[in-house]
Design a binder for this molecule. Structure first.
Ligand code: SF4
Length: 343
């Protein structure tokens, strides 16, 4: 998959995730009696492959419902995959859906809603130390100092260990959630929209915290976001996801300067921009049409119903993620008629 690239810390190979709701009692009875029963399957993630280098931040971007959060949860071990494999430094941490998922502490996750991800009845110190104690990363004697170290790392006072989640603001709660994840000493942090529920001023503080932690700890991160500005600021590479598939992946600077997939171009064009020398917003171009339902993804290229460049081939023939104009950068695009890479 990434043969031109350096050895990857994380390798994700052809991971798919489908959700099929259980049949109701009535439907099960009908099936037993031989009546045709429609089963509806959500195709959330479709044969996704990518790698993460040590110390790299990969942004995973797409519209709501494109499958990026599901992919993050599969990689973090929260959902078992339907198919596919993943490894960290050569150790398989995720087999196919037929084998039990191997739980690993090597990948930790930071969620969008810090309040929902913290137990309101548990003091912050206990929340942060619970996992490290359970996994033998710290002794009970050393736990208070260990908690203080991670609270300090995320910019909270050590006294915060004695408080409960409701005694913090949203941004502080997200700092606690980050400290809890880091205290497990993971190889990889999966961050699922970690600033989306915060005020804009607080968002900037948390992004700066990620930048600082990255500098100091050499964090490797999969950063899931629909906010292109945040991703541009934080990420080395970007993967663009559309209806369960990665349609473009490459260095962030290259993708933002010269996208090659029509969907990436449309995403960038949908962001409002200021006119130079004016304080008025230019008219932005919203993406045409709606994201199709993952219950019945369109055949061929999933984007063909919304793509201004679609031709007959696009409606039947699914494009593969292939090298772009400069394979040395790892820029790949999944399109039969990619853009020339214009800004
Ligand atoms: Fe558009 Fe066809 Fe490329 Fe899909 S494969 S993005 S429909 S040009």
């Amino acid at each position: 998959m990434t043969t031109a690239q350096p050895a990857m810390l994380v390798e994700v190979e052809a991971v798919s995730k489908r959700f099929t709701p259980q049949l109701s009692l009535g439907d099960r009875l009908a099936a037993l009696l031989g009546s045709p029963v429609e089963t509806r399957t959500v195709h959330a993630v479709d044969r996704v492959s990518f790698g993460l280098e040590q110390g790299e931040v990969l942004g995973l971007v797409g519209e709501s419902g494109c499958g990026k959060s599901t992919l993050g949860r599969v990689i973090a071990g929260i959902h078992p995959p339907s198919e596919g494999r993943a490894s960290i430094a050569g150790e398989t941490v995720m087999g196919d859906g037929r084998t039990p998922l191997k739980r690993t502490t090597r990948i930790q996750m930071v969620f969008q809603d810090p309040f929902a991800s913290l137990d309101p009845r548990v003091r912050i110190g206990e929340t942060i130390s619970e996992g490290p104690l359970a996994h033998g990363l710290v002794s009970r004697t050393d736990a208070p100092a260990y908690v203080a170290r991670w609270l300090t790392a995320v910019g909270l006072p050590v006294e915060a260990a004695e408080r409960f989640p409701h005694q913090f603001s949203g941004g502080q709660r997200q700092r606690v959630a980050i400290a809890r994840a880091l205290a497990m000493q993971p190889d990889v942090l999966v961050c699922d929209e970690p600033v989306a529920s915060l005020d804009v001023s607080i968002q900037a503080q948390i992004i700066n915290l990620f930048l600082k932690l990255r500098r100091e700890l050499g964090l490797t991160m999969l950063f899931i976001s629909h906010d292109l500005g945040v991703v541009r600021h934080l990420c080395d590479r970007v993967a663009i996801m559309y209806l369960g598939r990665i349609v473009e992946i490459g260095p962030a600077a290259e993708i933002f300067a010269a996208p090659r997939h029509p969907y990436t171009r449309a995403l960038l064009d949908s962001v409002p921009k200021l006119v130079t020398g004016s304080d008025e917003l230019v008219t932005f171009k919203p993406i045409q049409g709606e994201l199709p339902s993952p219950l019945s993804p369109p055949p061929g290229c999933h984007f063909h119903q919304r793509c201004p460049r679609a031709e007959a081939r696009c409606r039947s023939d699914a494009p593969q993620l292939a090298g772009g104009t400069d394979e040395g950068t790892g820029h790949r695009v999944s399109c039969h008629f990619p853009l020339a890479g214009e800004a």
